[in-house]
Design a protein around this ligand. Structure first.
Ligand code: PPE
Length: 304
């Protein structure tokens, strides 16, 4: 069960957690036309900070723009409402979920008058793929489902409906005894996980998939910056599942998943079957950055 906090910001006001409800005929509930964000707030020395909040708010607005949904608040208002949500719930570390959805009104696929509503919830959410997964690496299955084609559901939008594809893949992987799925794109190249971007390391070179068929992950971008600062070269290029099988290292990245090493794919051990040195180095620099340790990136931290 979700670990409930005390209040949820809904359409401009804070409501008690149990009262942040909608009608069963809420349009998005039926057709999936909604957009959302997943953000983490971490404890930093002497307080808390939301990691890369501005980038997440900007992506929320970009997702809404792609979906032609008019958010009835300004970028700054949403930014501040998110900070306020963490503050009123007195959470030191939490996951934050802003959701923009089409409310109750008319039914059908092209409603024009229904209100666009916004909710922001925050709650404590531990590791996404388990504490052990973070330390020892996870087992991944290439999905039998294809990642949504670039002209199907708009991969640059973090849209509710797109997660049907993610859920099918994840459920299949779990049912087959794996920890997580990996989806290939419509042309058969590696795309991303149900809720993560992917990196591989081969012969000292780090690769990640180009933006074409994936969500433009904020963790992915952070990792590219951190790797570059450590003198590691990262290229964005297509690669195939067999290149993944012979990679020295592989890891998933995402707000929820953080930096999760991959130790096995489709029954094939990756590298030595444990987190490799570059994965560990990047994981450490990422956790340092989110906690504001070391030289870090203070510009990535929005203090609560
Ligand atoms: N791809 C997908 C499909 C995706 O959902 C996410 C985030 C990413 C890549 C990584 O993006 P970013 O968080 O900006 O680095 N997935 C969110 C939702 C996970 C969930 O299960 O819910 C997240 O990590 O918050």
């Amino acid at each position: 069960m979700i670990q409930e906090a005390s209040k949820i910001w809904m359409d401009g006001n804070f409501l008690p957690w149990s009262e942040a409800n909608v009608h069963v005929l809420t349009n998005t509930l039926h057709y999936g036309m909604g957009v959302f964000e997943g953000i983490r707030c971490y404890e930093i020395n002497g307080g808390s900070a939301v990691f890369r909040l501005q980038e997440h708010v900007d992506r929320l607005f970009a997702s809404a723009h792609i979906m032609q949904m008019e958010i009835p608040y300004g970028n700054r208002e949403i930014f501040e409402a998110i900070i306020e949500t963490v503050r009123v719930n007195q959470l030191k570390e939490c996951y934050i979920r802003p959701l923009v959805f089409v409310g109750y009104g008319d039914m059908g696929l092209c409603v024009r008058e229904n209100p666009v509503q916004v909710a922001i919830a925050a709650w404590p959410w531990g590791t996404y793929l388990g504490e052990e997964g973070l330390k020892k690496g996870i087992r991944v299955m290439v999905s039998s489902y294809t990642r949504t084609h670039v002209n199907t559901a708009m991969t640059k939008a973090k849209a509710c409906g797109s997660y049907i594809n993610s859920q099918l893949a994840k459920r299949e992987a779990i049912q087959h005894g794996y920890n997580e799925a990996l989806l290939l794109d419509a042309e058969g190249y590696v795309s991303e996980g149900p809720g993560e971007n992917i990196f591989i390391v081969r012969k000292g070179r780090i690769k990640t998939t180009p933006l074409t068929s994936i969500l433009e992950g904020i963790t992915r971008e952070s990792v590219m910056v951190l790797a570059k600062e450590a003198g590691l070269e990262v290229t964005e290029e297509r690669f195939t599942r067999d290149e993944l099988y012979i990679a020295d290292e592989a890891f998933f990245v995402g707000t929820a998943a953080e930096i999760t090493p991959i130790r096995e794919i489709d029954g094939r051990r990756i590298g030595e079957g444990k987190p490799g040195p570059i994965t560990q180095q990047i994981q450490k620099s990422y956790f340092d950055a989110v906690h504001g340790k070391g030289n870090g990136h203070p510009e990535w931290l929005a203090k609560v």
